[in-house]
Design a protein around this ligand. Structure first.
Ligand SMILES: Cc1cc2nc3c(=O)[nH]c(=O)nc-3n(C[C@H](O)[C@H](O)[C@H](O)COP(=O)(O)OP(=O)(O)OC[C@H]3O[C@@H](n4cnc5c(N)ncnc54)[C@H](O)[C@@H]3O)c2cc1C
Length: 479
């Protein structure tokens, strides 16, 4: 219903504008009695860079940068790089799907740190994996067409699409982590600044190069979109200030050394795919979480170890992590906690999907081939056991010969690695319910189902509240 003629408008929408300008307009708006229309007029005639320089960068009013948002796409980046790009909690975005696109059409991204000899070994090894990927995909497609006839009420196009997606789901285990993909993200310029600083300090050269491109792009008008030609630079002030998060680099090196000097011999045990701890000792939880990403040990082992330490040793580790009396700024994410701590040993493909959940705290260990590989049951059903096993064996041999960190690009998505997810009960319920559903990929469906089982074992009342779908309930024709 139209408003009466004289009624003042209470809801005003604002057209897209450069994010730094928008942040300035909304920050001014919060500090003046004027309508937003006046603040928009104001920023047209005043320098937003000057405002952000003083309030955001000098006085540390970081929340001002939450007010300007920007859309950025990353094309032709490796799956490994895409995962690092997405590793922000206040991040919205999507990545290309290995379920709907044939990832074997493009060559794997070459880690720029490799020598010519390493690059040749990498190129032949990724090509071998992609050949096996195509082979498994073809066999799986043929097997599904034979074993799952099209229901009368399903259109031929939809039937073929579903079977192709299912075949890609099986073949994806053989994709190397260096396979190219695309990511589209929408973030505030505050998150963008954090992301740039984190990526500039990455151990992977590809990511440091992407971060430099990102900084250059922020100083220019947008590359595409309706207003691209007439538009102003996206985030020129941020671009001028972007520098690497050296503190994160030093922290990682220091913690690695500390772990070598202080941890006892590791406990030999076969890893569990889902191990749930409810830590009752917050100090031991922080100590264990600090050490988790720089070791290959389980959270449980580190937590039990930290609980047994004298207080002086725990304090020593905390001082190292916080910089003691020189501490500046926010504590790193290792200091964040939640009541349910899940230690997952899962394949990298499953992690790519689970990683996108933002309402939790996540940390990972180095991606590795040392925890073995997942082989989906469907591989044997479609007669691809030998192809699959040979492909993984050859990849393994090449990975052993390549230096770190580049060797991680050759890991097939089937490779198991260790990840830490901390969350509250509502997020356990959300992830377990959403990710165990029949539309999901079977790799993470199993993990999501085991999350409910683990919780139910420790707390039958809360566990029973989670309506997860067991992995044996399947509907391959549902997407
Ligand atoms: C079957 C399936 C297929 C998928 N395919 C793809 C794909 O091809 N490509 C792809 O990129 N993704 C894909 N996804 C992932 C999906 O797009 C989401 O990224 C993923 O499910 C995580 O987002 P979420 O909002 O569901 O959950 P969460 O991130 O766990 O968030 C849950 C809720 O919390 C809110 N929230 C988020 N962050 C915060 C915060 N910091 N504070 C408070 N609340 C917050 C969210 O808005 C949401 O309402 C797929 C998901 C499914 C289930």
């Amino acid at each position: 219903m139209p408003l009466p003629y004289s009624a003042p408008k209470r809801v005003l929408t604002v057209a897209p504008m450069p994010p730094e300008k928008l942040a300035y307009a909304l920050a001014r708006y919060s500090r003046s009695p004027d309508s937003i229309r006046h603040s928009l007029d104001w920023v047209r005639t005043h320098d937003s860079a000057k405002f952000l320089e003083s309030f955001y960068f000098q006085y540390g009013h970081a929340s001002i940068a939450d007010l300007g948002h920007v859309t950025i796409c990353f094309e032709g980046v490796s799956e490994l790089a895409a995962t690092e790009i997405e590793d922000e909690q206040l991040w919205d975005g999507q990545a290309r799907s290995s379920r709907y696109q044939d990832f074997s059409k493009a060559e794997a991204i070459l880690p720029p740190e490799f020598t010519a000899h390493e690059a040749r070994l990498y190129a032949t090894s990724t090509e071998a994996l992609l050949n096996a990927y195509r082979d498994v995909q073809r066999r799986m497609q043929a097997f599904l067409e034979d074993s799952l006839p099209r229901p009368d009420d399903m259109k031929p196009d939809a039937y073929r699409r579903n079977l192709t997606a299912r075949a890609f789901d099986v073949a994806r285990y053989l994709l190397p982590f260096g396979i190219p993909t695309g990511v589209g993200q929408v973030t505030s310029i505050r998150t963008l600044e954090k992301q740039v600083r984190r990526l500039l300090a990455s151990e992977f050269q590809e990511l440091r190069e992407i971060a430099n491109e990102l900084v250059q792009a922020c100083a220019l008008p947008p590359d595409c979109g309706l207003e691209a030609s007439a538009a102003e630079a996206i985030a020129p002030t941020l671009a001028r200030h972007a520098d690497a998060d050296e503190r994160a680099t030093h922290l990682r090196a220091d913690l690695t050394e500390w772990a070598k000097d202080h941890l006892p011999a590791p406990i030999e045990e076969s890893p569990k795919s889902v191990d749930l701890t409810q830590p009752s000792d917050p100090l031991a939880d922080i100590c264990a979480t600090l050490l988790f990403p720089v070791t290959d040990r389980s959270y449980r082992e580190l937590y039990e170890c930290a609980r047994s330490w004298p207080i002086a040793r725990k304090k020593d580790l905390l001082d190292l992590a916080t910089g003691g009396s020189k501490r500046r700024g926010e504590l790193p994410r290792q200091f964040r906690g939640a009541p349910y701590v899940f230690d997952f040993v899962m394949d990298i493909g499953a992690y790519r999907d689970m990683h996108r959940h933002r309402r939790c705290q996540q940390l990972r260990q180095q991606y590795t081939h040392k925890l073995g590989y997942e082989t989906p049951a469907a591989v044997a059903q479609c007669g691809a056991e030998q192809v699959f096993a040979d492909a993984l064996r050859h990849a393994n041999a090449a990975i052993e010969k390549l230096p770190q960190p580049g060797a991680q690009y050759l890991l097939p998505l089937a490779a198991r690695s260790r990840f830490l997810f901390k969350m509250d009960f509502a997020e356990v319920d959300y992830i377990s319910r959403l990710r165990s559903g029949v539309k999901g990929h079977f790799s993470y469906r199993k993990i999501a189902w085991e999350m409910k089982q683990a919780l139910e074992q420790q707390d039958p009342v809360l566990g029973a509240l989670i309506e997860a779908t067991p992995p044996w309930i399947e509907d391959p024709l549902k997407r």
